[in-house]
Design a protein around this ligand. Structure first.
Ligand SMILES: [Zn+2]
Length: 134
């Protein structure tokens, strides 16, 4: 065999490529569905994170978001006679969402930390109560 690549290996590689293309098509489909929620700031942390991650790596989804942002926000603003700069405004909006996600994640961690402290304090008070009882 030339290059040491068997027909079987070539077939496997082809299948893998097709699989990954189908997989990313699925991700893009679910991304598209989340666009309205993203623009309304209704995505939960996990969804928002996945959304922003995919946005960074997928050009066609970036285009899709630009179009929907233009239709949704741009038209509205232009109708009101406000200034609108598609790419700049969209980037600013994405940046705000990234910041918000970071803040929410920190809050979640802080809440978790408080919970751990509460459980610890509660357990400690039980132990203390038992010690005093004896
Ligand atoms: Zn995509």
């Amino acid at each position: 065999m030339p290059n040491g690549v068997t027909a079987n290996e070539r077939l496997m590689r082809l299948k893998w490529n097709t699989d990954s293309r189908i997989r990313s098509a699925k991700i893009c489909k679910s991304f598209e569905k989340k666009i309205p929620d993203f623009m309304a700031d209704c995505l939960e942390n996990e969804d928002l994170e996945a959304f922003l991650d995919h946005l960074e790596e997928c050009e066609s989804c970036r285009d899709e978001l630009s179009i929907q942002y233009l239709v949704d926000t741009g038209m509205d603003r232009l109708e009101k006679g406000e200034a609108f700069h598609l790419q700049k405004d969209l980037n600013a909006f994405i940046y705000t969402e990234q910041e918000r996600l970071g803040r929410r994640k920190r809050l979640t961690i802080a809440a978790y930390g408080l919970e751990v402290i509460t459980i610890f304090a509660f357990s400690a008070s039980i132990v203390l109560a038992m010690l005093l009882w004896v």
